[in-house]
Design a protein around this ligand. Structure first.
Ligand code: SF4
Ligand code: SF4
Ligand code: SF4
Length: 416
């Protein structure tokens, strides 16, 4: 057997030549050296980095004989073997949160579903935007869950919950058709059926968390967030409150990180998720946009943009960052990049329970901003002037660094 560093093999070997792999040592074990025969150039490169004593030695290297199992065994296996995620997008929404999470990287949806994260149960996702199945093939999981035959499962709700009690006929939103009545099964009906059976419920986005855009003043549906519908004191059968991950759409990693936390709770290896009084994960929504903004230095110096073609603070253009709980400027949007005000977009408070009504009209200067930015403007101008003197000073080298034949550094040895 020949053991070769995997990074020098590249795509030159074919799978049947590989007997086993070790992700810990980064090496492959090959059936025979002939596997490399038609890849002489590769072989030449590899011999210098092989990890066994001789390339053609009959001595067996100490490699695991078991193939690498599902996931990596770096922790004890999850006490729960499998868990399902039922994701209903049939609230009043735009599916934007389902699309958003495809951009997650910490963790990615692929990491969670393909077993790349140690200690997690095997996860099955049932989301209509991302599923391969459709029609009855997709809906069967919902009926199984309703019958208690899909245990355990986490319910994800996307879109706001309409009020089906306020009209005489028809329905606002639904998923699937009731075979007995031939009528749509309303979103509310699904929530009523599944909420008592779910281990946990997570709201993806501001619509399902608090009502969002669809629940603004003048709406005809009377819609609301899930906690308004089920009750703010609602608890799952596992004792968990509703977990809100707001955002319009939800920041991808915020949602996936929260889901991962809950999956660890399902596996029994995480403590109770810490939530604030709006049922948001505390560690994600405990700070304001302003506290994490790249432009906060400009605000502090009273240096404000007059138009969007500027890297200065955009509070006078309508940014609500100082009073909005959101970590997006710190976290970025996709793989650490972006983040509303960091890249020139005013914060419109899309994560907040009062969104959108309390932040409209968008792009007008927030009411408090005029007073606070005027106050900061006076102080900031003075501070900026003083700092410019200091900047001049610290931009110059000390005077004792010269090439003259004298030491002027102030060196003064003492004898005792
Ligand atoms: Fe769409 Fe925003 Fe509602 Fe999500 S929160 S469903 S992105 S409108
Ligand atoms: Fe604060 Fe907005 Fe200015 Fe950033 S752009 S410093 S969040 S007011
Ligand atoms: Fe929404 Fe403001 Fe956060 Fe951007 S920074 S995601 S607009 S709350």
């Amino acid at each position: 057997m020949l053991q070769v560093q995997s990074q020098c093999i590249g795509e030159s070997l074919i799978a049947r030549d590989v007997v086993s792999t070790s992700t810990e040592s980064g090496s492959l074990r090959l059936r025979n050296a002939g596997a490399l025969g038609k890849n002489k150039a590769v072989l030449q490169k590899c011999v210098s980095t092989e990890t066994s004593t001789e390339p053609w030695s009959s001595k067996e290297p100490s490699m695991p004989t078991e193939p690498v199992p599902y996931g990596r065994k770096t922790q004890k296996p999850s006490p729960v073997a499998e868990v399902h995620i039922l994701w209903i997008t049939a609230g009043l929404g735009c599916d934007g949160d389902s699309v958003s999470i495809t951009a997650a990287t910490q963790p990615s949806i692929e990491d969670v579903l393909l077993g790349a994260i140690p200690g997690l149960p095997k996860v099955h996702l049932h989301n209509p935007v991302l599923a391969y199945e459709n029609g009855g093939d997709f809906l069967k999981y919902w009926y199984l869950a309703e019958q208690g035959k899909l245990e355990p499962f986490v319910l994800v709700v996307e879109g706001s919950i309409p009020n089906e009690k306020i009209k005489k006929e028809g329905y606002w939103a639904g998923l699937g058709t009731d075979p007995h009545t031939g009528q749509p099964i309303t979103t509310n009906e699904w929530i009523d059926r599944l909420a008592p059976k779910a281990l946990a419920i997570v709201c993806a986005g501001t619509c399902s968390s608090y009502g969002g855009i669809h629940a603004m003043e003048g709406n005809p549906t009377g819609c609301m967030g899930l906690a308004d519908y089920l009750g703010w004191d609602w608890r799952s059968k596992a004792g968990l409150p509703i977990v809100n991950v707001p955002g319009c759409p939800v920041q991808p990693d915020n949602f996936m990180e929260t889901l991962l936390y809950l999956l660890y709770q399902v596996a029994g290896i995480a403590p109770m998720i810490p939530l604030d009084d709006q049922l948001r994960p505390k560690w994600l929504f405990g700070k304001t946009v302003h506290e994490g903004c790249d432009r906060a230095g400009y605000y502090e110096q009273g240096d404000f943009a007059e138009d969007y073609n500027s890297s200065k603070c955009i509070v006078r253009l309508g940014c609500w960052g100082p009073v909005v709980n959101c970590n997006v400027p710190k976290r970025g949007w996709m793989n650490g990049m972006g983040g509303c005000p960091n890249v020139g977009g005013i914060c419109i408070g899309c994560t907040m329970p009062g969104f959108p009504d309390k932040f409209m009209p968008f792009m007008d200067e927030p009411p408090g901003a005029r007073v606070s930015s005027a106050a900061v403007g006076v102080y900031g101008r003075a501070i900026r002037a003083l700092r410019s003197f200091t900047i001049d000073t610290v931009n110059k080298e000390p005077r004792w660094r010269h090439s003259r034949a004298e030491l002027t550094s102030g060196y003064s040895p003492k004898t005792y």
